[in-house]
Each structure stands twice: as C-alpha cells, then as structure tokens.
Design a protein around this ligand. Structure first.
Ligand code: BGC
Length: 255
C-alpha cells in the first residue's frame, strides 16, 4: 500500500477522471476527501465501494470556484484524517465555444471552475502542507490543450494554458518548502465531458484516427499516472506537466 497513511483531496471526485483518481488513490491506501457539487448518490456509492475494500473516504459538497469552499475541503480533510498530503485539482468544465461567440458568463464559468480553483486549490493546500510539515504533492489535471489549440473551445484552452504556468511557477515557488506541483495533461478520455463526441460516430472516428494509439483513454489510464505522481516513485518531479494522450499532441499526417 504505497499511499498508506496519506490523505488526499480530489476535486470533482465523483465523476469522470476524478472518480477514477479517487479509486486509484484509495486502492493504494490513501484516505480521501471526495469533493462534489452534484450527484450525491455517486459519492455515496464511491464511499461504500472504498469502505468495502477496507479504505476510508468522505464526500464533501464544495464549489471549488470559491476559495472559501476549497478551505472547507482542507478543513474537512484535517478534521477527519488529521492532515493533507495530496491535493488533486481535477474539477473542470468546457463550453465548446469559439472566440467569436463565447459569452462573458461562459468565459467566467470556465476560468473560475478550471483555473481559479486550481490556483486557490494550490495555494490553500500548500499552506496546510507547509504548516503541518513534511512536504506534499499537488497534482493539477490540465489537458493537452494547455499547449495545443482546440478551435471552438477557446475559453477551455485559455484556462488550461493558465494551469500550465501555474504548475511551473508554483512548482518553483513551493519547491523549497518540499511541496511539488505537477500537471497531468490527458488527451481525449471517455468521460461525460466528451459525451457529445462519443455520441457522434463520425466525429468519434475522426478523433480516433487522430490519436496514434487509435482510441480514447479510459479514465483509469489517467488515474494510474496520478497515483504514481502521488507516490515516492515521483519524488523528483515538479514544475512540469506529464501528458497521457496516446500520442495525440505529436500526431502528424506526414505532409
Ligand atoms: C477536452 C476534449 C477534447 C480532448 C482532446 C480534452 O481536454 O476536454 O473536449 O476532445 O481534450 O482534444
């Protein structure tokens, strides 16, 4: 159990990649605070599944676009499990809107849920880690689109590009405190955020053809990377992003 005695928070932890991360970390022995905003039933299902395996997890309802609610998550981790070792800022949304028709409300929502939450999630978790001593790991789930344009999804790309520099800059600032900050950049993953693509056979075939490995990732294939980054094997990684994209960003038609 490589993560035994470690305490983790996973934001957006009751669906998609977040849910797979919760199960992967719990499977390695970590105690987990599962953040969510909707679908309490999914959280209860996860808590029960983890309890059956002999692990511990609690669901906490918090809107991570508000720093005070992120503080609530950290307080819950400390109250229930005594400390915080691993912060996974995973919650994310997208609008699939172009620069020409994105509204102010769409822009604010994407930036708040994706980037502001990761910024303050990093800040608030780091304060707890520094205060308790012993260092910590902050893992921010970005995307290939922290670096790779996706026309028609402009606010999302902006938010992920911001997270790219959050990982690099916060990693440098927090290194002397023993707190590492690493980004995980998934490619296309079979989760609810991609439902519109998965429900459109033509679009799905086009996407699969663009991925050198020929298919979308399963959420577990991202979660195993996060579990690795949370453990001792990743002790020298910080201020960077690890991509798990089936080769998508390097894909070339050879023209
Ligand atoms: C986005 C998807 C997109 C995928 C691959 C993800 O980060 O959420 O909309 O299909 O990247 O481009």
């Amino acid at each position: 159990m490589p993560l035994r005695n470690k305490v983790a928070i996973v934001t957006g932890g009751n669906s998609g990649i977040g849910q797979a991360i919760v199960l992967a970390l719990a499977g390695q022995g970590a105690k987990i605070v599962i953040d969510y905003i909707v679908d309490e039933q999914a959280v209860e299902g996860l808590e029960a599944e983890i309890a059956k395996l002999g692990g511990q997890a609690i669901g906490v309802d918090a809107d991570v676009s508000k720093p005070a609610e992120i503080q609530k998550l950290v307080d819950a981790a400390v109250q229930a499990f005594g400390r915080l070792d691993i912060m996974v800022n995973n919650a994310g949304v997208e609008t699939r809107s172009s620069i020409l028709d994105t509204t102010e409300a769409q822009y604010d929502r994407v930036m708040d849920v994706n980037l502001k939450s990761a910024f303050f999630g990093t800040q608030i978790a780091a304060k707890q880690m520094i205060g308790q001593g012993g260092g910590g790991r902050i893992i921010n789930i970005t995307s290939v689109h922290e670096d790779w344009p996706m026309p028609g999804n402009t606010p999302y790309c902006l938010s992920k590009g911001g997270m790219r520099m959050l990982n690099r800059t916060a990693g440098v600032e927090l290194g002397p405190h023993g707190v590492s900050v690493v980004g995980v950049g998934p490619g296309a993953v079979a989760t609810p955020i991609n439902a519109s693509t998965m429900n459109n056979p033509g679009l799905l075939a086009k996407l699969d053809a663009a991925i050198p490995l020929g298919r979308m990732a399963r959420p577990e294939e991202i979660a195993t990377l996060v579990a690795f980054l949370a453990g001792d094997g990743a002790s020298y990684l910080t201020a960077t992003t690890i991509f798990a994209d089936g080769g998508l960003m390097q894909s070339s038609v050879g023209l």
